[in-house]
Each structure stands twice: as C-alpha cells, then as structure tokens.
Design a protein around this ligand. Sequence first.
Ligand code: GAR
Length: 208
Amino acid sequence: MLDLVVMVSGGGTNLQAIIDKINNGTITNARIRAVISNNKNAYALERARKANIETAVVSPKDYPDRELFNRALITKIDSFHPGLIVLAGFLVVIPPALVEKYRYQIINIHPSLIPSFCGKGYYGLKVHEAALERGVKVTGATVHFVDEGTDTGPIILQKAVEIKNGDTPEVLQKRVMQEAEWVIMPKAIDLIANGKVRIEGRKTIILD
Ligand code: GAR
C-alpha cells in the first residue's frame, strides 16, 4: 500500500478527485496518510477533514525565515513516512532538500501542456491567462515528477483540452480541471502505486 501525503494551498478539487477515486476503487494500492497545507484557510483542509483524513498546516508566516520554514515542512512530511508526495495545487516553492530526499517520490499537477506556459511565475489562473493571451487553440494539463527546476521533471501523463471562442481564464481553468487534471492526477497515482511507471533519464515509460 502506497502512503500518500497530499500538499495543498487552495480549493482542493484535485485532492477531492483523489479521495473520490480511492473510495470508488479507481485508484488501487494507495491511501492518503495526511493532507498538508501552507494556508490554514485552504478549503482543501475542510475536504480532508470531511473524509476523516489527518491534516496539518505549516505556514511560512509562522517562521522567521525560509530556511526554518523549509525545515519544519520537511520534518512534518517525514513524520507521515510517505511513499509518494502529491503536490495538488501546492503553490509554494519546494525546498531542494525535499526534492533530494524524496527523489522521484514527488509528483505535481500543472495546468498546461508542459513545456508551454510553465516555469517561474506560471501558476493557477496566470497559466490560463497566458494561454489565452498567446492564442493557442489547445491547452491541457501535465503530471510530472518534481526535480530541482520549476516544472522541469520527467513527464508522467498529459491530456489536451480544447480552447473555445469566448473563453475567460476562469472558464478555461474549470474545463482544464474537469477534462484533464481530475483525470490524469488520479491515474498517475494509480500507475505509480501499481509499479507501472519507470523513469529513464528525463523520460518516463508507462508499462501496461
Ligand atoms: C490546479 O489548477 C493546479 O493545476 C494548479 O493549481 C490549481 C489548484 O486547484 N497548480 C499549479 O498552478 C502549479 N503550478 P485545486 O486546489 O482546486 O486542486
């Protein structure tokens, strides 16, 4: 059984998709050990509580500097002994020491088709604003392993989503979540939990 620690900052719809798909058997061999947020007001924490999942808050506001926050975050994550750390809308820069300690055991969902509209400064609605501003016809979402860069680790799954006339960033964000994020994040977890993801250099191979 793969123990997940899910990291969240906001609404937690990706967390909800994971909870639902564990409960209905779409994700097998995995359970959520804890949900951790940097934001004590994140609605994601409420979703976790409703599902009887342990929660924790580690906020940068409670520490005098970044180094102490990073250390506290790692200590908290360690305490749950995760097999996989899932960044489900966690909008905090990940400490390099965490990446090193959990090499290929951290995954992230990003709301575009990497390598478009990703990297520093691209998160949440900003990603969809940039896609609309550039006038692309197709966008989507990507699940990838986390390395030291921003959105640069090996890609696990991607799903494309059509852009429609009249889309606003908010409308597009919702479509990308519904059609792509809530599908590929749970699927990636199920694949990893069942030993079906192999990493080869910068790539992943999905085994059938
Ligand atoms: C999601 O759209 C996720 O892809 C994005 O934040 C949102 C969180 O929504 N993540 C990033 O932009 C990471 N760079 P949620 O809290 O409802 O799951």
